[in-house]
Design a protein around this ligand. Structure first.
Ligand code: NAD
Ligand code: TYD
Length: 360
């Protein structure tokens, strides 16, 4: 028996695989297409581990998925694979439809066909975990209560819409065919191995190379930040004890404005890697044009997972941020290697001439 982790060479997936193999005996098969966001180096610590297999392939390849499920007698699928960056979904939404919607649909179809062949006991024990996002719920006003599992879906970006569509397909496969699914909607993650196009690693990288730290709009948008290891622990808990067919919101109880996040990042960097001129990295903060359709606030009500499954985050924002910065400082080679030509093109397109408006 083994578990199948899709997207396990990406940010959250690789943290999940590494934590799983450190904590548990069970084998892991990772299926990852190795897009620009997928990096086999993220799994380097388990490259020689006989309990881990990395398969390079597409979740939309039903033949491949079917073969892996049968050959490895998979008893659970943890579905991380996705196009995950909102800004890229604005510039080129089609890849998001292909992987997040069509890919999830084909994955579900391959899983369903395998699941239907299993003997009753294994069918009952089988789990499909859909790893989704709080962005499907849309945006909140300053006084609105946080998202609950019953909050209606109202996605605003092509990324969020594609994840919402995938969540609906997962729900339909459960309701229509009885596939034992669980869906998680988690808030913004941060931690080691996050690709440096997302806010925290982007600003960290640019801080070190003396560039501006781009804050969209007024920087007062709010996100609920959760350390990646806490997210992975929540998924393990849901896999072990979650009720089939249910949705669980996962959040850090840690609402912060983007500006405050970047300021705290600067403070940690000032401590761990002071600038040569002795000044603060905060001086590099710059406000740039806002993201179109930018959601103002996300917040998660994690009461259900806390009360039902006894999960809560272990890291505070400051402890998680220190661990994260320390990891990047110790792994500058990793950073240099992921900053390929394709990455540089993206950064030039997104942050090049003309977008920087004013300094803090
Ligand atoms: P990521 O972009 O770092 O990783 C995605 C991985 O999926 C990459 O390794 C990529 O190669 C792989 N992939 C993409 N298309 C594929 C395909 N067609 N077949 C197989 N593999 C493919 O993303 P992440 O931040 O680690 O997010 C993982 C999941 O968690 C996503 O589903 C995302 O929606 C969800 N999520 C992310 C956050 C966050 O803050 N990052 C928060 C909540 C939920
Ligand atoms: P991001 O990491 O892209 O996650 P998401 O949009 O999925 O929440 O962005 C987090 C927040 O930071 C979001 O409100 C957009 C903002 N942001 C910036 O202000 N500047 C940037 O360069 C980036 C990438 C994001």
């Amino acid at each position: 028996m083994a578990i199948l982790v899709t997207g396990g060479a990406g940010f959250i997936g690789s943290n999940f695989v590494l934590d799983w193999l450190a904590e548990r005996e069970e084998e892991v098969v990772t299926l990852d297409l190795l897009t620009y966001a997928g990096n086999p180096e993220n799994l380097a610590p388990v490259a020689e581990n006989p309990r881990h297999l990395l398969v390079v392939g597409d979740i939309a390849d039903e033949m491949l998925v079917g073969r892996l499920l049968r050959e490895h007698q998979i008893r659970a699928v943890i579905h991380f694979a996705a196009e995950s960056h909102v800004d890229r979904s604005i510039v080129g939404p089609e890849a998001f439809i292909q992987t997040n919607v069509v890919g999830t649909f084909r994955l579900l179809r391959a899983v369903l066909s395998y699941w239907q062949e299993l003997p009753l006991e294994k069918r009952q024990a089988f789990r499909f975990v859909q790893v989704s996002t709080d962005e499907v719920y849309g945006t909140l006003g300053p006084e609105d209560p946080p998202f609950r599992e019953s909050t209606p879906y109202a996605p605003n970006s092509p990324y969020a819409a594609s994840k919402a569509a995938a969540d609906h397909l997962v729900r339909a496969f459960h309701r229509t065919y009885g596939l034992p699914t669980l869906t998680t909607n988690c808030s913004n993650n941060y931690g080691p191995r996050q690709f440096p196009e997302k806010l925290i690693p982007l600003c960290l990288t640019r801080a070190l190379s003396g560039e501006t730290l781009p804050i969209y709009g007024d920087g007062q948008q709010i996100r609920d930040w959760l350390y990646v290891g806490d997210h992975c622990a929540a998924i393990r808990r849901i896999l072990d004890a979650g009720r089939v067919g249910e949705v669980y919101n996962i959040g850090g109880c840690n609402e912060q404005t983007n500006l405050a996040v970047v300021q705290q990042l600067c403070a940690v960097l000032d401590l761990l890697r002071p600038r040569a001129d002795g000044r603060s990295y905060r001086e590099q903060i710059a406000f740039v044009a806002d993201r179109p359709g930018h959601d103002r606030r996300y917040a998660i009500d994690a009461t259900k997972i806390r009360e039902e499954l006894g999960w809560q985050p272990r890291e505070t924002f400051l402890s998680g941020l220190k661990k994260t910065v320390a990891w990047y400082l110790e792994n500058e080679e990793w950073l240099h290697r992921v900053q390929s030509g394709a990455y540089r093109e993206w950064v030039e397109r997104q942050y090049g001439e003309g977008r920087i408006e004013k300094k803090e």
